[in-house]
Design a protein around this ligand. Sequence first.
Ligand code: TRP
Length: 332
Amino acid sequence: MPSNKEIIISGIKPTGRLHIGNYLGAIKQWVELQHSHTCYFFIADWHSMTDVYDPKTRYQEVLDMAASLLALGIDTDASTLFVQSRVLEHTELCWIFNTITPMAYAERMTQYKDQAQAQKKNVNVGLFDYPVLQAADILIYKATAVPVGKDQVQHVELTRDIARFFNSRFGKTFSEPKALLTATEKVMSPLDPEKKKMSKSLGDAHCLYLDDAPGALQQKLRRVVTDTGPSGKGRKSPGVENLFALLNIFGSIARVQAFELAYAEGTIRYAELKNAVADAIASSFAEFRKKKEKILADTVSLERLLEQGAVRAQKIARDTMREVRKKTGLSN
Ligand code: TRP
């Protein structure tokens, strides 16, 4: 049992395949945190409904994400893994939080504004309310720390505000959780390494997926724009910089040093560097791909694991709701 008092929660939307930015920016830390903390990790399928999506493939996407998380090392003996929509209490708490969240606070959320811009034809109320549901996700487990990327810090701040509003109106119930900033290395798109972070919204060509076969990685990296060697300015071009950054993360020190030397001497062959990067990434996730395939081949066991996770999460969520209902006058 974890001895540390921190209670950690984080969620991820089931939007297709994980890329190396998702892995380095989130899941890697989740796996590291689970053995020393009480951890809840969930697949945020309710949040995902605020985006444009296809209901026909959604359930499979949820299973796929669960399989990915397990294959990456989320251990259901050490942490609680569940699907958000199986713990109905999240939405109940969300409603109660809606009634104490000032409109002006929700209107400040930059992710809402960005997302509304990105999907002008589907600016739904859920999109606006998304951060309040996120606050419910977090506070229902009385979490103390939330590992998130920079883009989510504002939502954690709103969660702290909501905890405070609730406490002052109904009596001390929630403590204010802190954001645990996760992203260490910034992973850039191979096609626009100067300006764009690797992101699914840019399209598949911009993403190196954990599921990608070695050939697919090679093909994507082949398109990276390189340079003609040292420019005399002491700086690599963005495409080359990004290739070296990836090799640094996924490759061996010896390989990195060999290519650095070749670069300095002006003898580097970028086709070789690209293949080395593709190989390094592919072999880093070879085990993952095998494990994931095996997990997905037995969906009965996978469903059972998720069911157990939901039961475990629900136990805590129910306790919190019992307390919340009393304090808000919904029950006595
Ligand atoms: N909003 C998060 C994201 O887009 C996902 C999420 C939903 C989440 N609920 C959460 C993260 C609660 C941390 C805690 O990445």
